[in-house]
Design a protein around this ligand. Structure first.
Ligand SMILES: [Fe+2]
Length: 208
């Protein structure tokens, strides 16, 4: 399986609190520019229609609000991944918030693989995400070539982002799309890899 969905993971009030934080951060110019690229002409260009904390976590904030860490703990308990290390490649403490305005999208891409220790081997990157604010129209997640039309606000969803290409179609209407992403290192020789990727684990640890 390339995509996991756990319906109704967050309450409306929790979604609202996390989305409001992102709205405020965007208003204060505390998030970085995203990269645009569904249209080949604009591939690789920065866009101000999608903002992200992936590459630039604002120093003045120091950390995300408490609710974000509580939600992460709840995710780890729910899906049984307390043993996995947090992703360190992109984001702050393995957490990224993506803020997509009308007209913005997320180009199709793979996330990079990560160092497991300070040396090789590299590991895959599992992401468990929650859209805390859905747009009125558009903003549809695609994973491994399949549009995910039944994804609703507050649903927890997960996929191996370094293994399966993913992107989001253009956001339409007036509401911004807010997505919180929680990243984990997923060694390719682990049972967790098998479980989340739907592929057999590798026996040779050096062979990704
Ligand atoms: Fe990604």
């Amino acid at each position: 399986m390339s995509l996991w969905i756990f319906k109704n993971f967050l309450k409306k009030s929790e979604c609202a609190e996390m989305s409001e934080w992102a709205e405020n951060a965007a208003k204060q110019n505390l998030l970085g520019l995203g990269v645009h690229g569904i249209n080949p002409v604009s591939y690789g260009l920065q866009t101000n229609l999608r903002l992200t904390s992936r590459n630039s976590f604002p120093e003045q904030l120091q950390k995300f609000p408490d609710i974000v860490y509580k939600v992460r703990q709840a995710i780890e308990k729910k899906v049984g991944i307390e043993n996995l290390k947090h992703s360190w490649q992109g984001g702050h403490e393995g957490i990224i918030v993506n803020y997509c305005m009308p007209g913005g999208d997320l180009y199709e891409h793979y996330d990079p693989m990560e160092d497991y220790f300070t040396t090789t081997p590299l590991t895959h990157c599992l992401r468990l995400n929650i859209v805390t604010q859905m747009p009125e129209k558009g903003g549809v997640l695609h994973v491994n070539g399949h549009p995910v039309h039944d994804l609703e606000e507050g649903d927890l969803h997960g996929y191996v982002a370094s293994l399966y290409p993913h992107g989001v179609t253009k956001v339409e209407g007036k509401k911004n799309r807010v997505c919180w992403m929680f990243g984990y290192q997923l060694p390719n020789h682990s049972d967790d890899y098998e479980r989340w990727s739907g592929r057999p684990k590798e026996t040779n640890k050096d062979n990704i």
